[in-house]
Design a protein around this ligand. Structure first.
Ligand SMILES: O=P(O)(O)OC[C@H]1O[C@H](O)[C@H](O)[C@@H](O)[C@@H]1O
Length: 244
């Protein structure tokens, strides 16, 4: 049995610290793309309540009344539905505007995928994709390579990507397929050596065994919901063995 998701051995499980691994939920803001002063919003820093639970499925809720975050005074309800079926991990995010005025947000499922060796891992599906480069003040570039490999830090917001992106892990003889719906964009992130060393909740060597692929509403622009309106986005992570 191999793990699909990466969780750092140094992760801190004490809110309001976000957990370094799994799938932190960036909401109501991805990165600094929104009004909040701290990156990735606040949903990843608070406890959700369990509203439905079965052996293979859980539904979580965060009800926000608009009062605890001065930079984001807008009420909303978030539901996250997580289910496991065969070799699939499904996650659905449902946003409901419970306030009296339009709700504008960016978001991401900040998915930490475990890889066997980042030096041989590749990302398939983003060839000719336009991206904003977080390592170059969000300058826009295009990925010329057919498959993206890793030999240094990568932090890119790909714009309007195909809905299927694959992580090829030849050293582990496996492929993880990310299928997304509702999220136009996708972030690809690996901190590499220096950034790994600067993060207190991440091991110095752990950049070798993780890769974030993050379905997102980000560089393509935010979503705006009228009062009472709902938005849904989802991802399906599928694991397959491969000989390559
Ligand atoms: O350290 P965090 O706030 O969890 O952010 C971790 C990473 O998240 C995303 O992938 C961003 O694109 C990166 O710029 C950031 O470094």
């Amino acid at each position: 049995m191999q793990e699909l998701l990466f969780v750092s051995e140094k992760a801190i499980f004490a809110p309001p610290k976000a957990i370094r691994g799994g799938v932190p939920l960036c909401f109501p803001q991805f990165g600094m793309m929104g009004p909040m002063p701290s990156q990735h919003g606040f949903a990843r820093n608070v406890a959700f309540s369990v509203v439905e639970q079965e052996p293979w499925r859980v539904k979580l809720a965060l009800e926000y009344d608009g009062s605890s975050q001065p930079a984001f005074p807008h009420p909303f309800t978030l539901h996250v539905i997580i289910s496991i079926c065969d070799n699939h991990l499904l996650q659905e995010l449902v946003v409901l505007n419970t306030g009296p005025s339009p709700l504008t947000f960016t978001a991401a499922l900040h998915t930490y995928i475990r890889v066997t060796d980042i030096h041989t891992a590749k990302v398939r599906g983003l060839s000719q994709g336009r991206y904003l480069d977080n390592l170059a003040a969000l300058q826009q570039s295009t990925q010329e390579e057919e498959e993206l490999g890793f030999s240094g830090e990568v932090d890119r917001v790909y714009l309007s990507t195909p809905n299927t992106i694959q992580v090829i892990d030849p050293s582990g003889k496996r492929v993880v397929t990310v299928s997304k719906e509702g999220f136009p964009d996708a972030i690809v992130w690996n901190p590499w050596i220096a950034k790994a060393a600067s993060m207190a909740d991440f091991g110095d060597e752990e950049y070798k065994v993780m890769l974030c692929i993050e379905p997102a509403v980000a560089g393509s622009g935010p979503v705006t919901l009228e009062p009472g309106a709902e938005w849904q986005g989802k991802q399906d992570l599928a694991y397959q063995s491969s000989s390559a």
